[in-house]
Write a protein that binds this ligand. Structure first.
Ligand SMILES: Cc1cc2nc3c(=O)[nH]c(=O)nc-3n(C[C@H](O)[C@H](O)[C@H](O)COP(=O)(O)OP(=O)(O)OC[C@H]3O[C@@H](n4cnc5c(N)ncnc54)[C@H](O)[C@@H]3O)c2cc1C
Length: 351
């Protein structure tokens, strides 16, 4: 059985490099270990924090009063015939290493998700997405340990309830521990249709065109690096949790209110015909007076990306980060009447 350590600081396990100690910490290296450890903690009534790459977490300075289970299981099974490849990947595998392998093997479907930090088991939690792709497009099954029934189950995509940066896992936090994820990809040297304008421009193609997989990956990594969105110990702007706020989706009435306050603001009509619109959070933040590089003590908005709040020198506290997040959220609300919502998962803190 895996070693159980006491009082382990969580900061080094997060990309923000923030967070106090977990009362106990264990490295779980196989699905059986994950289930055994979590089931044991549940029997003892011990709180559990399932930890992947820590790239979407904001942990309290006081730490976590329970057991942090670091999911480190490995293994990739490849099946399928003809044009379809079905890969079942253990939760602890590194996501970007998986994407790199898919590109090398000629498995198309996740290439635009290059450079996203974290582990495979977390990808269904917020339906990881970028540059016109999201994992909901390729996930065909998620193997979970259900802590309410004490059973292992295979969930269908419908049961996962995927939506924009959201899933059923987020509605019922902590209930399911993801053990493995199955993705269906296409055997092809070409990417899926390019669905994101900025990427199409970078590639010099039209929306809907396909490009060689390696070209798509290189262009995405290039764009992401320019925004500080690829982890790099030499780039302080990448000491973040990625986008701190999601792009708000406004009802038709809320959109009309924003239209009166900010005529001509950028907006994307939602395709469901409800009149709802998605608004870029970065635009709201910048136009509420918070430009790139805006500092508050030891934390600052990334100099490359308005949505990333960073701990550039590694000397900040979670309290500092939340003070900046609140200032930004309140400033946007006062100016535009729109309430920004955090994307990362909060442990022991709230906005
Ligand atoms: C620089 C940077 C860029 C980013 N860019 C993007 C982007 O383009 N698109 C995007 O969608 N996200 C992005 N993110 C956010 C983040 O990388 C993703 O959300 C990622 O999937 C989180 O994975 P993780 O393993 O680090 O999860 P963690 O941060 O460890 O955990 C996140 C949540 O998932 C839960 N969890 C983790 N593993 C499991 C499991 N096996 N079972 C059940 N629950 C689990 C945790 O308890 C927690 O609630 C970015 C982050 C950074 C730092």
């Amino acid at each position: 059985m895996a070693d159980r350590l006491a009082e382990v600081r969580l900061a080094p396990y997060t990309t923000l490099r923030l967070g106090g100690p977990a009362r106990a910490f264990v490295e779980a290296r196989s699905p059986d270990e994950i289930v055994g450890i979590v089931a044991g903690a549940d029997r003892e009534g011990e709180a559990v924090l399932v930890l992947g790459g820590g790239s979407n977490l904001v942990v309290s300075d006081d730490g976590f009063d329970g057991l942090a289970v670091h999911v480190s299981s490995e293994g990739i099974d490849v099946a399928g015939d003809g044009e379809r490849v079905v890969i079942t990947v253990q939760a602890g595998e590194d996501w970007d290493a998986l994407v790199a392998r898919c590109v090398d093997e000629g498995w198309s479907g996740v290439e635009c998700l290059s450079g996203i930090p974290g582990r495979v088991g977390s990808t269904p939690i917020q339906n990881v997405g970028a540059y016109g792709q999201e994992v909901a497009q390729t996930i065909v099954g998620v193997r979970v340990y259900d802590r309410t029934t004490g059973r292992t189950r295979d969930l269908t995509p419908a049961e996962c309830g995927f939506a924009y940066r959201h899933s059923a896992f987020k509605d019922d936090p902590g209930r399911h521990v993801v053990l493995a994820v199955t993705y269906a990809l296409h055997r092809s040297e070409l990417s899926g249709p390019i669905a994101y304008k900025e990427l199409a421009v970078r590639l010099g193609v039209k929306l809907g065109d396909r490009v060689p997989l390696a070209q798509a990956r290189a262009a995405v990594l290039d764009l992401r690096r320019g925004k500080g969105m690829v982890l790099d110990s030499g780039d302080p702007d990448t000491r973040s949790a990625g986008s701190f706020f999601t792009n708000p989706i406004l009802t038709a009435a809320q959109a009309a209110d924003l239209g009166r306050r900010a005529p001509g603001h950028p907006r994307w009509e939602m395709p469901d015909g409800s009149g709802a619109v998605k608004v870029p959070a970065a635009w709201l933040i910048e136009n509420a007076g918070f430009p790139k590089g805006y500092e508050k003590g030891a934390v600052r908005i990334s100099t490359k990306h308005t949505l990333a709040l960073t701990n550039p020198t590694g000397t900040a506290s979670t309290r500092d980060l939340l003070a900046l997040a609140r200032e930004v959220r309140d400033g946007v609300h006062e100016k535009f009447g729109v309430l920004l919502v955090n994307e990362p998962v909060f442990v022991g803190v709230s906005l």
